[in-house]
Design a protein around this ligand. Structure first.
Ligand SMILES: NC(=O)c1ccc[n+]([C@@H]2O[C@H](COP(=O)([O-])OP(=O)(O)OC[C@H]3O[C@@H](n4cnc5c(N)ncnc54)[C@H](O)[C@@H]3O)[C@@H](O)[C@H]2O)c1
Length: 392
């Protein structure tokens, strides 16, 4: 992760984070360990818990604990343990909170004392920002949050390329299905769904997109994907991927129309997009595990296969984003920690756009790590940009 390494080296020289307590509720993976290392190089003390009970890599927990990091996570921890760990981190009254899904920020708001020393927080995912904006609209958000998720470099790398590839990776690892010649239905054509659709097409599948937003639907159509309501797509799809951030996207009426052998996966943050209660109601008996992370629901004449219990498939069935993607995301978080401390007391409570100059800085670092050089505007071009006169 060359970006984090170079940021960590600078942090180590400047030591601007000396004594800063950072609480991080992130997926506990090897990539996150590199973010922790960069922050600690700058002098921060970091406490870490999981942003999802099923994404934790236990060997990483052991390695971090061995280096003296406070890490509260174990793979497949119970919902109670998960909540207790988030609570534990919030009760430590951090200076900066790093979040992925807004659970930690919510827990920090449970008690005024927890917020007292907080300079601000970051948020990594769309669902977290939706929750935080709902908090802000209700007048309940009382700290500044930098929307890392909406940095252009994050949208491009993490959502499109990262989730696009790793979602397919999760589906393939779980099922070993051949995508070429199949029909993949992508429900939700946002930043993330675009990546899933693009990669599925690249693997030789025909892609159907289901949307509720006319602009997103139009874009999908112009990209050459079929677009139709989910009820129609239900009859056509071999593989379904929900990636909307919305509850109950695939429901009983869809399951009733699906083909025998259809595979259902979710890449949205919470396991609410596939209505498993409705599927259980339609099925006879209890679901049967036919391969690790693949459950068969018997609907009489047809069998449907749900991956990873409807949980986020690229993390539950694969390893999440590749390190090259998380390098960009976590470089943004690392620079955000500095920015929140630099602007402490200046930023109002609420969700703030990620600063463009930091976004560009990360893109520059990424290009440098790839050995890619780019042009710069000449002075004449800069002059031309500044002028309002019609070129003569
Ligand atoms: N698995 C991962 O690693 C990963 C990575 C990034 C984001 N996410 C999660 O994926 C989800 C989507 O994120 P995003 O950034 O693409 O969001 P987004 O807001 O950019 O896009 C979501 C799209 O879903 C559409 N949609 C909403 N309800 C729908 C419905 N009922 N049927 C069809 N389409 C519907 C919206 O119109 C929108 O275009 C969120 O939960 C986010 O947290 C997961």
């Amino acid at each position: 992760m060359p970006l984090l390494r170079s940021i960590g080296e600078r942090f180590a020289q400047e030591r601007a984070l000396d004594g800063v307590a950072v609480a991080a509720c992130l997926h506990v993976t090897a990539e996150t360990a590199n973010l922790v290392a960069a922050l600690r190089a700058g002098g921060a003390s970091v406490a870490l818990c999981a942003a999802n009970p099923f994404s934790t890599q236990d060997d990483v927990v052991a390695a971090l604990a061995g280096e003296g990091v406070d890490v509260l996570a174990v793979r497949a921890e119970s919902a109670e343990d998960y909540t207790a760990h988030v609570e534990d981190l919030a009760a430590r009254k951090p200076r900066v909170a790093l979040d992925d899904g807004a659970d930690l920020i919510e827990a920090l708001h449970a008690d005024d004392k927890r917020l007292a020393g907080l300079a601000g927080a970051t948020e990594e995912t769309t669902t977290g920002l939706v929750r935080l904006r709902a908090m802000a609209a209700a007048g309940a958000l009382r700290c500044p949050v930098l929307a890392v998720n909406e940095a252009v470099s994050e949208r491009t790398f993490n959502d499109r390329f990262g989730t696009g590839q790793s979602t397919l990776d999760g589906i393939l690892r779980a099922t070993n299905v051949l995508l070429a010649g199949r029909t993949v239905v992508v429900l939700g054509y946002g930043a993330t769904g675009r990546g899933v659709a693009q990669r599925a097409r690249g693997a030789g599948a025909s892609v159907i997109v289901c949307e509720v937003d006319p602009m997103a639907a139009l874009e999908a159509r112009m990209e050459g994907h079929e677009v139709m309501p989910a009820l129609e797509a239900a009859e056509r799809g071999d593989v379904f991927v929900t990636v909307t951030g919305v509850r109950g996207v695939l429901r009983g009426e869809h399951f009733e129309r699906m083909k025998d052998g259809a595979i259902l996966a979710n890449a949205g943050h919470f396991d609410v997009e596939i209505d498993l209660d409705a599927l259980r109601d339609l099925a006879t008996g209890t679901p049967r595990e036919v391969r690790p992370l693949v459950e068969e629901y018997d609907l009489g004449a047809r069998r449907l296969y749900v991956l990873a219990g409807g949980r986020v498939v690229n993390l539950a069935a694969a390893e999440g984003h590749p390190a090259a993607v998380m390098d960009v995301s976590f470089a943004l978080h690392a620079l955000a920690v500095e920015e929140l401390l630099r602007r402490e007391g200046e930023l109002d409570p609420g969700v703030h756009a990620f600063p463009t100059e930091l976004d560009h800085e990360v893109a520059r670092l990424k290009l440098a790590s790839l050995g890619v050089e780019i042009d710069a505007l000449t002075s004449e071009q800069q002059e031309y940009q500044r002028s309002f006169r019609r070129p003569g």
